[in-house]
Design a protein around this ligand. Sequence first.
Ligand SMILES: Cc1ncc(COP(=O)(O)O)c(C=O)c1O
Length: 401
Amino acid sequence: MNPSAIREILKLTELPGIISLAGGLPSALTFPVEAVREATARVLRDTPREALQYAASEGFGPLREWVAGEMARQGVAVSAAQVLITTGSQQGLDLVGKVLIDAGSRVAVESPTYLGALQAFVPYEPEFVSVACDDGGPLPDALATSAGARFLYALPNFQNPSGRSIDARRRADLARAAASAGVPIVEDNPYGDLWYDAPPPAPIASHWREGTIYLGSFSKVLAPGLRLGYAIAPDGVFAKLVQAKQAADLHTPGFNQRIVHEIVRSGFLDAHVPTIRSRYRVQRDAMQAALAAHLPTEGALACRWQMPGGGMFFWVELPEGVDSEALLVKAVARGVAFVPGAPFFAGAARANTLRLSFVTVDADAIERGIVALAAALRDLREEAAPPRAAKKASRRAEVAR
Ligand SMILES: Cc1ncc(COP(=O)(O)O)c(C=O)c1O
């Protein structure tokens, strides 16, 4: 295990005066504080002793029912008995690693992929296989290289870190290619509800129910501090995940599960999630406008990015040969922070990439942050190739000496 690169960088972003586009945190302004307060009071009034007691490892029955209903709405028919409530979807990743990976077994991942998943899997000592990807996600034909892999870890909606999504057709093709290669899919979907242009297509699990483990989360639609997620798995794997969870933490806090069930059962999310979308859409648009206005797209410093249709991140490709870690040093000096892209690659890292979050700071700060980022890029170029006037001046200084 190695320390998380992102955590180390987050320390930098806490310096006073830094605009952080680095963090992966949702905006605290979206947290439904009042709804949590009221739901907590109701749980303590109506079922205080049950809520504070040990509970079933599989999770709180009514919440499992609710999740099964949500999945049906998305076109994935599952029973509540196939829903395991987890302590965040991050725990789902760890349990999947524990159950499916043996030392040396192959695990197929996207390129780039979610760093937290790599961290969850690494202690089980897999051999990662990076599946070739384009702007639309993993290429189904490339799955042939993953034959024998324990699973493919896929992020179909507004991927962390790249912001990209997999369209309906490719989801079906991936499911077909994975089934014929005998590679199960672990589908991680914490961002699907955060769409700003159009709702995403049905999950990969809807194309291959018996071969897919689906992970969901309440972190981005309610609050990450509740630590609530869920895993939906075919029967054989489900029992193993429950066993692994028992060993890990017995169960996810029943108190939190009851609070969240109390909130969601009334349809609260139907009104709440659109308010999160509206806020983040404005910030996404602000970042797109700032990038278009300030980052070069032509010439020696040409940068490339795709506007994400949802989620929390832009992924920027700098010109080949520009190292985003070196750029970060310049950027912090200019008052802005981001996450360099290299740690998100399981295989050959592309050092000229970086991730920007548009959800944690407001539109004004986003604009200032991108102006500072563009200035840092110019600083880096000038350091690598000082402009002629500066070169002449330094030559004159040498002669004078
Ligand atoms: C792709 C992805 N999966 C899983 C998680 C973990 O989320 P949580 O454990 O809060 O549900 C995150 C968190 O940012 C994420 O980006």
